[in-house]
Design a binder for this molecule. Sequence first.
Ligand code: LLP
Length: 414
Amino acid sequence: MNNMFVLSKHKDLLLNILEKYGTPLYVYFTDIIKERIMNLKEILDQNFENYLIAYACKACSLLYICKYISSFGLGAEVVSDGELYIALKAGFERNKIVFDGVSKSDYEIKYALSQDIYTINCESFDEVKVISSIAEGLGMDVNIGLRVNPEIKLQTHNYLKTGTKYNKFGIDFNDAIMILDLINKIKNVKLKGFHFHLGSNIKSPEPFIVAIDKISKLIHLAFKKGYKIEYLDIGGGIPILSNKEGLHNYLFPILEFIRKKLLSNVEDLRIILEPGRSIVGDSAVLLTRVNYVKNVDKRKWILIDAGMNDLIRPALYGVFHPIECLSCVSNRIENYSIGGPICESSDVFAKDIKLPTVRRGDILAFLRVGAYGISMSSNYNSRRRPAVVVIENNNFRLIKRRENLEDLISNEIV
Ligand code: LLP
């Protein structure tokens, strides 16, 4: 099952829903989320006894979606007090919540400590010291992990690389070795694991293997120094893989390497994964209405009612989200570019693509927008953020209403 399939299956229903809730409108299909979770669980079950899937809430932190995901027993990866708050509201178990983040503020650390979550992955020795002193103030001991930068060469968009040399994330490998001699001097901090996150949308499994090979040296060293390491957290980054076979082919070399390289020596090591995109990416479409079709020089522009504030990925990363016309009736195919209503030249979704003849009022669907779509939306140009509907077992329900004009100023003080 994928985005295209559910789109054609529910075409009439979608056009009805639009009448009710208007556009732009995000529509999530929970059946796809379920399928992706089941596929991942099945593959992990075949390989590990002790693992945790910590869903990366940043991909889509809608409460309803998070609740749905937590109902499968998954954990959560959070990177702010807001995500932690939502994760708790969504029912993720505390001992399955991992707190990451490159620049955690004191109030976030305090909140995380007070919520008794599984672990905080630290990105510097200074952070370890800050956590220790905040925990001391609360009279607590704290479990932490170290996020190490494996400095791997990667193939993905430059903005989506985090585990490469010279970026702000994680701790240098050699510094991590030094830190191992310092952490055991801090009484209330227990080092329980290691973490890396290479980046997002990592095209092939090889970089994971190189990174695990590197980090396993640290794990062995930590054991030698007397630390009781409980987990290895390999972060997120799995791309959207629509079928089980594709996911299996991607994951199997990674999981097999972990089993041979690590689990044969370190029994009971818990393997944590932090997938975001691979779970929700393919589970939503963004529906938008055509306001105008106009010619500028030789280009035919479709101007729609969704903007980069609703879906920023094309403007920010230059990525293309496949586009379908739900209402077009013509058999003629034409060349179009697609732009939004925002006063920026980057508010463009596609250039020179082919679609059946499009007219004012037609409905277009952007596919595969379930991850980092609604979660990166904003109010830029004082636009109201869109409504969100879920389709579940052929029924639909509104899970987020469209913002109204009052919402735009509701927290302002004049
Ligand atoms: N863990 C950590 C520490 C992360 O920073 C991220 C994503 C994930 C897990 C989840 O990665 P995923 O499985 O979704 O690849 N806005 C960009 C993606 C940024 C990802 C940031 N970190 C986009 O629209 O493609």
